[in-house]
Design a binder for this molecule. Structure first.
Ligand code: ATP
Ligand code: MG
Length: 494
């Protein structure tokens, strides 16, 4: 069949490539990946504001590139993504350097040195758009040579991005204010401390504007109170995946600063979940991938999952190295592992049960609370067979027993976990009362009426509306539910 050579138009393609969804954090991380791949011992990152007319510079002392190599590196699709990559290599698509840079600014200059020989190239998107051709400059513009500086030592690379329209509004009428600019830099700082924590722990030096990054380890390496679960290996499409679950210590064991730090960039509740690593670089964090809700009682669980770049296809790693999808083959295993450790977290959060040994089954007859039903629709009930309550119930008369049972029911309904769940639901859909909240309202009302204290509907509705978790529901809604669902005459007579 006949074919015809069809060259893509440079200008629109470049515009499209600028918009594949990087943010500043994932973009800088993708560029730093290249320095790691080039075996750099340090990566110095500089953000210069200059009233929005500044630049970003990423300098490393890695292997550097020859002239042929930098020419290749500046080409879109410099390597075939289907090629097998070296062990530990972070690159995959032959795109990152260009797409990440252009997601922030319009000009990308590179100076590199290998075996003492210097080479340079420069992409200027305004020029490319103007000519509508893929024209790469073989030298960098003189006016910025001073800012870029020189590669020190025998080898290394400087990546220099300026005309930062997307990063800070250069050339637009919405230039980022200086404060916002440096807040953004701060967020990048914290993000890199997280995604590169393994490399940082192994001695890689990364600095941002002269400040060294410190590894942020999600599993609180070195904390003797954490529970390290059993390491497990599973196979996905014949490739090994390593899973190491952790349950972090109860919040009360931290001082305030440590507690906040351990919460990470998104805070304790949002940082629970799976942490996925590809060749020691975190590519996804704090996510249950739709298997579970993120609730406070489970917030102590963080599960490490490691796969190698050979498995990129199975996990569908994207160009930005920031999203993956869990292979169907792994889902069930991950879910059951997570379920087990979530239960441990829930028990620790609610009863502060001490757990020291790995994988120890914590439940015992001395627990005051028990988890009822399955994990997704769990609620907590009091352990009515606890020896102390059994003893009391034995010696009191039937009236006192009835009152005590009413009180225990109230405690149960008001348990922080049961309320929290209700609170979350209420927040989502204010006047659309879900079945669970409705049931709680009915339960509360029935219990209140059954105390024998004289109460009318208005009083009961008002009391319930003031309870934690029901703030979002209007009194008349509660009243309607009680009127419809609670048999007041019968229950108040019992
Ligand atoms: N700092 C650097 N030091 C040495 N070589 C580099 C550096 N940055 C990029 N390169 C070279 O340029 C090539 C292209 O980089 P680019 O990030 O575009 O693609 P990649 O890393 O191969 O794959 P991916 O798109 O997944 O990042 C790299 O494969 C590497 O050979
Ligand atoms: Mg790369």
């Amino acid at each position: 069949m006949a074919t015809i050579q069809t060259q893509p138009n440079a200008a629109p393609v470049i515009q499209a490539l600028r918009s594949i969804g990087y943010n500043a954090q994932t973009a800088i991380a993708d560029i730093a990946d290249n320095s790691v791949d080039a075996k750099a011992q340090y990566i110095h990152i500089e953000f210069e504001y200059e009233m929005g007319n500044g630049y970003i510079k990423i300098e490393d002392n890695g292997t550097g590139m020859t002239d042929a190599e930098i020419q290749q590196a500046m080409t879109f699709g410099s390597k075939d993504p289907r090629e097998k990559r070296a062990k530990e290599e972070l690159g995959r698509f032959g795109m990152g350097l260009k797409t990440a840079s252009f997601s922030m600014g319009k000009r990308l200059c590179i100076i590199t040195k290998k075996d003492g020989k210097i080479s340079e190239r420069c992409w200027d998107l305004d020029y490319v758009s103007d000519k509508n051709e893929w024209l790469l400059f073989t030298t960098i513009p003189n006016e910025i040579r001073n800012k870029i500086g020189q590669v020190e030592g025998n080898s290394g690379t400087i990546v220099f991005i300026d005309r930062l329209d997307r990063f800070c509004g250069f050339g637009t009428h919405k230039v980022l204010k200086k404060d916002s600019y440096y807040s953004k830099v701060k967020r990048i700082h914290r993000y890199l401390e997280m995604v590169f924590h393994v490399m940082l722990e192994k001695g890689l030096l990364i600095t941002i504007n002269g400040n060294a990054l410190y590894p942020w380890n999600p599993f609180l390496q070195g904390n003797t109170r954490r529970i390290e679960g059993e390491e497990q290996m599973i196979k996905v499409n014949k490739k090994l995946v390593k899973i190491t679950p952790y349950v972090l210590p109860h919040p009360s064991t931290f001082n305030q600063a440590d507690y906040k730090h351990a919460g990470g960039v998104k805070g304790w509740r949002d940082q629970q979940g799976f942490y996925i690593y590809r060749e020691n670089r975190m590519v996804s964090f704090g996510d249950w991938f739709g298997m579970f809700p993120k609730d406070v009682p489970s917030e102590l669980v963080r599960i490490k999952i490691e796969f190698s770049n050979e498995a990129d296809d199975d996990w569908k790693i994207d160009v930005k190295k920031s999203t993956i999808s869990v292979p169907d083959e792994a889902r069930e295993d991950l879910q059951s592992i997570a379920k087990f450790y979530r239960k441990i977290s829930q028990e620790m959060m609610l009863y502060r049960t001490k757990a020291t040994r790995t994988g120890e089954k914590i439940k015992g007859t001395l627990n005051t609370w028990e988890l009822s039903t399955d994990d997704v629709n769990s609620s907590y009930i009091l352990n009515r067979t606890h020896p102390v309550i059994t003893e009391i119930l034995k010696i009191v008369d039937s009236d006192a027993r009835r009152k005590l049972n009413v009180y225990l029911k109230l405690v149960e309904l008001g348990s922080p976990n049961n309320l929290l769940k209700t609170a979350n639901m209420v927040k989502k859909e204010v006047q659309q009362i879900d079945e669970k909240s409705k049931k709680l309202i009915i339960d509360y009302a029935e219990v209140l009426f059954s105390t024998g204290i004289e109460l009318d509907i208005d009083k009961v509705a008002e009391t319930i509306s003031m309870m934690a978790g029901f703030e979002g529901i209007e009194i008349h809604t509660i009243k309607t539910i009680i009127e419809k669902e609670v048999d007041i005459d019968v229950s108040s007579n019992t």
